[in-house]
Design a protein. Structure first.
Length: 394
C-alpha cells in the first residue's frame, strides 16, 4: 500500500478533528430541550451532566495504555461507534436513569477518542517537525461551530432526536472511512518490551504536574461553562427564543477558531509567556463584564443584552482560544512518558477538578442565579498569569 504524504495525512487529521467536534458538540446548543425532556431544575440537570466525569476518568486512566500497547486504530473505531450510540440515547430519552448511564459511557468514549486522536497529532508533529496541535484544535472548534450553526437553524423546525440521529449516522460513517484512510500511519502497537506500558505502570508512574494541571483547568473551564450553560443562560435568563439563543455560543466558538488558526503568527513577535498572560486577562475581563452588564440591563432590553453578550463572548473566545492547546504542548514537553499516557494522566486530574467545579456552577445557579455562577470561570482565568512560568522553557 502506498504510504501517505505528510500533507495528506495532516488533511485527514484535520478532518477527524473537525468531525469529532461536529459530533460531540451537536447537542449542546439544544441543551434547553434536553433539560426539558428530563424535567429537571438547573441544579439537578447540572449534577446529572457532571456524572460524565466517572466515565472520563475510567477512560483517561486506561486509554493511554491501550493506545501505546495496542495502537490507535482499534481505540478510535470503538470510541467513534460508542460516541454515536450514546449520543442518540442522550437526545431521545426521557428517563434520568438511561441518561445517567449513557452520559457516563459517552464521556468514556469521548475521552478515549480524545486521547487517541491527540496522540496521533503528537506523533505527526514529532515525525514531521511541524507544530500542528494548536492548528488541529482549531479544526475541532470549526466542527463545534458548524454544528452549532446547524443546531440553531433546526431549533423549532426539526426535533432534537431526529436531528441528532441523522447527523450521528452520517458523521460516524465518514469518521470510520477517514480512520481507515490514515491506515498504517496511525500510532502502531508498541513492539519494544523495554518500553512496554503495563496497567500497573499507570499507577506506579502516575505523575501530577501541579502547575500544568492547574493552568489547564483554569484555561479550560470557561469552555466547559459555555458548552454547558450558554444556550440555557441566553434562553432562560435573558429571554431570547428561537435560534438566536445560540448566537453568543456560536460567536465564542468562531472566535476560538480564529485564534487557534492564526495565533502562530504572533509567536515570532511575542513570547508565549506574554501572550498567555495578556490573553487570559483580556478573556476573563470581557466575559465578566458581559455577564455583569446583562444583570444591570435586565430582560426589558433583550436585544441590547444579546448584543453586549455577543461582543463579550467573542472577545473571551478569542483570548482563551490558544491557552489549552499551548498548555498541552508544554505538558508533553515536560514529561518522559508516551504522549498518549501524558494526555490521559493530565486529563484524570482535570476531570476530577472539573467534576467538582461543574457541581459548584450548577448549585450556585440553583441557589442564586446562573449569571452569578458564570462569573466563576471568568475569575479562574485571572489566575493563569501565576502559572505562566511553565512556558519559559516551551
Amino acid at each position: 500500500m502506498k504510504s501517505l504524504t505528510a500533507n495528506k495525512e495532516l488533511n485527514y487529521l484535520k478532518s477527524l478533528f473537525f468531525l469529532f467536534g461536529f459530533l460531540i458538540m451537536s447537542w449542546l446548543p439544544r441543551f434547553p430541550e434536553v433539560k426539558a425532556n428530563l424535567g429537571l431544575s438547573n441544579g439537578e440537570f447540572g449534577s446529572l451532566i457532571s456524572t460524565s466525569a466517572a466515565g472520563a476518568l475510567i477512560a483517561l486512566f486506561t486509554v493511554g495504555h491501550l493506545v501505546h500497547n495496542y495502537g490507535a486504530k482499534l481505540v478510535m473505531r470503538i470510541a467513534a461507534v460508542s460516541m454515536a450510540i450514546t449520543l442518540i440515547l442522550l437526545t431521545s430519552t426521557h428517563s434520568t436513569l438511561v441518561f445517567l448511564i449513557s452520559n457516563i459511557l459517552q464521556a468514556a468514549a469521548i475521552s478515549g477518542f480524545h486521547v487517541s486522536i491527540n496522540a496521533q497529532g503528537f506523533s505527526f508533529q514529532d515525525r514531521n517537525k511541524r507544530h500542528v496541535i494548536t492548528l488541529l484544535s482549531g479544526f475541532w472548534s470549526s466542527g463545534a461551530l458548524a454544528t452549532a450553526v446547524v443546531s440553531g437553524l433546526l431549533v423549532d423546525r426539526v426535533s432534537l432526536a431526529t436531528h441528532v440521529f441523522i447527523l450521528t449516522l452520517i458523521v460516524l460513517v465518514v469518521m470510520l472511512v477517514v480512520i481507515s484512510a490514515i491506515g498504517e500511519n496511525l500510532v502502531k502497537p508498541n513492539q519494544d518490551s523495554v518500553t512496554d506500558y503495563k496497567i500497573s505502570d499507570l499507577f506506579k508512574g502516575f505523575r501530577i504536574d501541579g502547575m500544568v494541571s492547574s493552568a489547564l483547568f483554569c484555561a479550560l473551564f470557561l469552555e466547559f461553562s459555555v458548552w454547558d450553560w450558554a444556550a440555557i443562560f441566553v434562553k432562560e435568563d435573558i429571554g431570547i427564543k428561537g435560534g438566536l439563543h445560540t448566537l453568543p455560543y456560536i460567536l465564542f466558538t468562531f472566535a476560538m477558531i480564529t485564534g487557534r488558526l492564526s495565533v502562530h503568527r504572533l509567536f515570532n513577535r511575542y513570547s508565549i509567556e506574554f501572550l498567555v498572560k495578556a490573553a487570559s486577562l483580556i478573556s476573563g475581563v470581557s466575559f465578566l463584564v458581559g455577564i455583569i452588564a446583562t444583570r444591570f440591563i435586565g430582560i426589558e432590553h433583550k436585544m441590547l443584552s444579546l448584543v453586549i453578550l455577543s461582543i463579550s463572548f467573542t472577545t473571551a473566545g478569542l483570548g482563551s482560544s490558544f491557552l489549552a492547546p499551548t498548555i498541552m504542548n508544554v505538558a508533553n514537553a515536560r514529561s518522559k512518558s508516551p504522549s498518549s499516557v501524558v494526555i490521559g494522566q493530565i486529563g484524570v486530574i482535570n476531570n476530577i477538578v472539573v467534576f467538582v467545579m461543574r457541581l459548584v456552577i450548577a448549585w450556585t445557579a440553583q441557589a442564586f442565579s446562573l449569571s452569578i455562577a458564570l462569573m466563576i470561570p471568568a475569575l479562574l482565568l485571572f489566575t493563569i498569569p501565576y502559572f505562566s512560568k511553565i512556558f519559559k522553557r516551551a
